[in-house]
Design a protein around this ligand. Sequence first.
Ligand SMILES: Nc1ncnc2c1ncn2[C@@H]1O[C@H](COP(=O)(O)OP(=O)(O)O)[C@@H](O)[C@H]1O
Ligand SMILES: [Mg+2]
Length: 424
Amino acid sequence: MKILVVGSGGREHALAWKLAQSERIQTIYVAPGNGGTALDGRLKNITLSDPLALAEFAKAEHISFTVVGPEVPLAAGIVNIFRDKGLKIFGPTKEAAQLESSKDFAKTFMQRHGIPTARSQTFAATAPAHAYIDTHGAPIVIKADGLAAGKGVVVAMDLQEAHDAVDMMLGDNKLGDAGARVVIEEFLAGEEASFIVMVDGKNILPLATSQDHKRLRDHDLGPNTGGMGAYSPAPIVTPELHARVMREIIQPTVQGMAKDGILFTGFLYAGLMIDEHGNAKTLEFNCRMGDPETQPIMARLKTDLVTVMEHAVNGHLDTIELKWDRRTALGVVMAAGGYPDAPVKGAQITGIPAETADTVTFHAGTALENGHLQVTGGRVLCVVGLGDSVKSAQKHAYDAVDAIHFDGAQVRRDIGWRALNRKH
Ligand SMILES: Nc1ncnc2c1ncn2[C@@H]1O[C@H](COP(=O)(O)OP(=O)(O)O)[C@@H](O)[C@H]1O
Ligand SMILES: [Mg+2]
C-alpha cells in the first residue's frame, strides 16, 4: 500500500517513521519531507506542495490515504480538494479547521457550547480594544485572530504591553490579515498540557498525553518558540483529569461541531491550562498534531498506525484500541543558531546516532545535499529518548544530543523538569 504524508517537519518525520513500521507498506511519500525522510529507505520525498497537484499525484499513484501534518494546507482546504476527487485523507475540512485558523471562531464556538475557556471579546478597531484593556486590567492576553505561526499571542504582564500589542496587530497591521481582528482574553494561571485526540466525525480516540516547552531557554526563559522539547505521558493529566477533559471539553467540541453542521475529522489538539485545583480550561484548539509532541507520542505508540489511520478515514475509530509503550518518551529539540528570530542556515550536521531501542532522532529543518546533512530551518532535530523513568528517558535523549554537532546549535538542558518535579 502507498501512503502520502504532507509536511516537512519533525512531526511529519515521526508520523512517516511510524507508518513505515507497518508490514503492509510499499512506499510512503512525504511532501516535501526533509533530510531525515530522505535518508530513510522506506520513505520517498516528493517536491510537490500545491494541494491540487498533491491530489492529482495521489490519484495517479493510487495512494490509499493521505495524512496532513501542518495547519496551513488544512486551512487552505486540502481536505476539501482531496475529498472532491474521491480521495481518502485524514484531516479537517477548511470549515472545520477554523477551530484553529480563527481564534474568534473558536471562542464563539466554545461560548455557544459551554466549553470551559478564558472570558474574552473580539475587536476589529483599536479604540474599543484599548478601552477593554483599561477596564479589565493586566495581566491580560492579546491574540491575533488568524494563523500567525506562533507569533500571534502576547501575554501582557502590564497595561503598556497590552496596549502596544493592540497597536502592533490592529494599528500597524504587523501580522497582516491574521491580525485584522484580535481576541482579548482573561489571563489564566496554571500549568499547560497538550490533549490530542483523533476524530472521525463522530468517534473520538485519545492519544497519549504530552507536555511541551515553548520558551527558548532553560527555566522557561527567553522568547517563545514553536517548542523546544516535549514528553509523553504528562503526569499532570491524571486518569481523573483525563476523564473530565474528555467529558467537559473534547466530547462537547466534537458534538458541537456536528450540531453546527461542520463534522470534525482529523487530529484535534486542545491546549489546556490546568489550575492549582486541577480544573482545565481550553487555551486554544489546533486541528493537527503538535510539534514536538508528535515525536515522543509516536515513539511510544505500539499499535500499527496504518491500521489506526484506516479506521480514522473510514469512520471506525470506535473499533480500535491504542497500545502504548509504558516507558516515558522525551524529545529534545536542537535548534539553529539565531532561532526563533533569524535562524542561521547552512551548517553541516554530524554525529546523529543510529536508532536504538531507546533513542530515535527525528529531523525537521534539515536537507540532504550531496550526501551531507545541512541545517535548513529553525528547529533542526528532535532527539527522543525512552526510559522507565523520566530521568532515564532524559539521559538517553541527552546522551544522543551530546553526540550530535552543528555550529550554533541551541538546546535546552531541562526538558522534562515539570514531570521530574511532580514525581519526586
Ligand atoms: N488566557 C491565557 N492565559 C495565560 N496564558 C495564555 C493564555 N492564552 C495563551 N497563553 C499562553 O500563550 C501561548 C500561546 O497561546 P495559544 O492560544 O496557544 O496560541 P498559539 O499557539 O496560536 O500561538 C500558550 O501556550 C500560553 O502559554
Ligand atoms: Mg498554542
